[in-house]
Design a protein around this ligand. Structure first.
Ligand SMILES: C[S@@+](CC[C@H](N)C(=O)[O-])C[C@H]1O[C@@H](n2cnc3c(N)ncnc32)[C@H](O)[C@@H]1O
Length: 314
């Protein structure tokens, strides 16, 4: 089997995608202990090391390197400070690239990275990956176009080792009007789950910031972007619609009960398999479950990107 080293692996969204595409993840790494608990409950065969990536001294041999370094600096929700240290973790990815020299690599990150004030960081990533000996391409893809019931735009950076002499082509969208299949909807993803999964959703009030925009989509639509912070999780469609009162001020149309998506619904809307496990461990708080589910790359999207790699493995 073709071997993969995974960095910034979280609970394994990207890795579930490469595994579905037929690869074997030999090593994974993340700082977050509960991310490992979830990962190993689903993929017990991987050597998952919980530590700061800067402390990882050796990497096993692999043909593919994948990694989704954190995105706080770039994301719409986070602080948009292009100088934050967290924005240099791609140098750790480049260190692994030089050590392993895989045939290919795949990086995923928030699409905010293409914004003007981050252009230098994106260019620098291209530069270090090219200097490491790779042909590099990047494209923003929307998960909803690849069989995920969620609008989620992310940038993918894919590199193929220079000596292979081949170019990467991003996969064509498979879902949506005029394509092989229709976009998946919230109903497709979670229609079979209970209406009130007690203990599985964040039940605090909807504060003014939450109600500063429309947070709801209907059963027949794809979800808004799933986030890691439960306070900002979109509304379940059983909630009444929101109407706009004025700029940045929205209100529920009726007093009917309303709630956010549960962490399990969030995972389904991310495209995780129906039997994906979130184990009960000493670290399994509700916030942690939401965090690892919301941080993940939708497995079907990562699978599509991995399947589009040329057959260079033998
Ligand atoms: C966007 S998430 C990755 C999600 C993952 N690829 C998935 O699909 O489930 C980024 C991850 O980087 C991890 N991380 C942040 N800083 C790190 C560091 N210095 N060393 C290792 N992991 C780190 C975070 O804990 C987080 O899980």
């Amino acid at each position: 089997m073709t071997r993969v080293v995974s960095l910034f692996s979280g609970c394994g969204g990207s890795d579930a995608g490469v595994i579905a595409a037929g690869f074997e993840v030999v090593m994974a790494n993340d700082l977050l202990p509960y991310a490992r608990d979830v990962y190993l409950a689903n993929h017990p065969e991987t050597d998952y090391q919980v530590k700061d990536v800067t402390k990882v001294e050796a990497f096993p041999a692999a043909e593919l390197l994948v990694g989704c370094y954190p995105c706080q600096g770039f994301s719409q929700g986070g602080l948009r400070d292009p100088s934050r240290k967290i924005n240099t973790l791609y140098l750790e990815f480049a260190r692994a690239l030089r050590a392993i020299r895989p045939k290919a690599f795949i990086v995923e990150n928030v699409s905010g990275m293409v914004r003007k004030n981050f252009a230098h960081l994106l260019q620098d990533q291209f530069k270090v990956f090219q200097e490491a000996g790779y042909r590099v391409k990047a494209q923003v893809l929307n998960a909803v176009d690849y069989g995920v019931a969620q609008e989620r735009k992310r940038i993918f950076i894919v590199g193929l080792r220079d000596d292979l002499g081949v170019e990467y082509e991003f996969p064509e969208p498979t879902h949506g009007e005029g394509r092989g299949a229709a976009h998946l909807t919230i109903r497709d993803a979670i229609g079979d789950l209970p209406e009130w999964p007690e203990g599985e959703f964040y039940a605090r009030d909807f504060h003014w910031y939450y109600l500063s925009r429309d947070r709801r989509r209907d059963w027949g639509e794809a979800s808004k972007t799933i986030v890691a912070n439960p306070r900002h999780m979109p509304l379940h469609p059983m909630s009444p619609p929101l109407k706009k009162l004025e700029h940045n001020v929205w209100r529920f149309e009726t007093d009917a009960p309303a709630r956010r998506f549960s962490y399990r619904e969030a995972a389904r809307l991310q495209g995780f398999a129906r039997n994906f496990i979130f184990p009960d461990t000493e670290r399994s708080s509700l916030d942690m479950r939401y965090k690892v589910a919301g941080n993940a790359v939708p497995p079907p999207l990562f699978e599509a990107v991995a399947r589009a790699l040329p057959a260079v493995w033998d």
